[in-house]
Design a protein around this ligand. Structure first.
Ligand code: ADP
Ligand code: S3P
Ligand code: MG
Length: 172
């Protein structure tokens, strides 16, 4: 596990971007956030892409990004977006080429954290976000499990404790 690329997967607001950055720091590896990569390569924000081009176009950009983010043998830590697993091609790449850590959350945790970071998540910017969280999570759960090499239940863990669990597992 030490010599492979690491991808964090999980639902929106599970902590992939935050934990990923800290994990990369600890492991002294380069960190890439897939959403930020898409934003800098397109010059558009995620909400702009959803708003002007639609979700299908975003998924295409995300698929392309997942392969172009890999440069040579660099052992990066990658924070994916929560919907990366909706695409079969991405699940295939994640299973074959990445060690995947699943940050598992309960819907209530997502609800509580949703607005804390100021990140706009277009799929949850709806009239009934609680219902959107519930239904999207139910639809995706099996996919997260399918790609996961290791799962952390993050609901009652602070970020450093999540990072510690991952490092302990990698060192096992
Ligand atoms: N383990 C945690 N405990 C408390 N807050 C957290 C934890 N992990 C992340 N957060 C906070 O939740 C919000 C969403 O985290 P983020 O890393 O953007 O999630 P993701 O990339 O999975 O959508 C941020 O405000 C972040 O600081
Ligand atoms: O779950 C999703 O479909 C999405 C998750 C977001 O990333 P985070 O999981 O980092 O919030 C971002 O990619 C986009 O808003 C779509
Ligand atoms: Mg993120």
């Amino acid at each position: 596990m030490q010599h492979r690329r690491i991808a964090l997967v999980g639902f929106m607001a599970s902590g992939k971007s935050t934990v990923g950055k800290s994990l990369a720091n600890h492991l002294q590896r380069p960190f890439v956030d897939l959403d930020q990569y898409i934003e800098s390569s397109t010059g558009k924000t995620i909400p702009d892409i959803f708003g002007s081009l639609g979700e299908a176009a975003f998924r295409q950009l995300e698929r392309d990004a997942l392969t172009s983010v890999v440069r040579g043998d660099e052992l990066i830590v990658l924070a994916t977006g929560g919907g990366v697993v909706t695409q079969a091609a991405n699940r295939d790449v994640l299973q074959r080429e990445w060690v995947c850590i699943y940050l598992r959350t309960r819907p209530e945790t997502v609800r509580q954290r949703l607005h804390r970071d100021g990140v706009v998540r277009p799929l949850l910017a709806v009239d009934n976000p609680t219902e959107a969280i519930r239904s999207l999570m139910a639809a995706r759960e099996a996919w997260y499990n399918e790609v996961a090499d290791f799962t952390v239940d993050v609901d009652s863990l602070e970020v450093p404790a999540v990072v510690r669990q991952i490092i302990d597992w990698l060192n096992d």
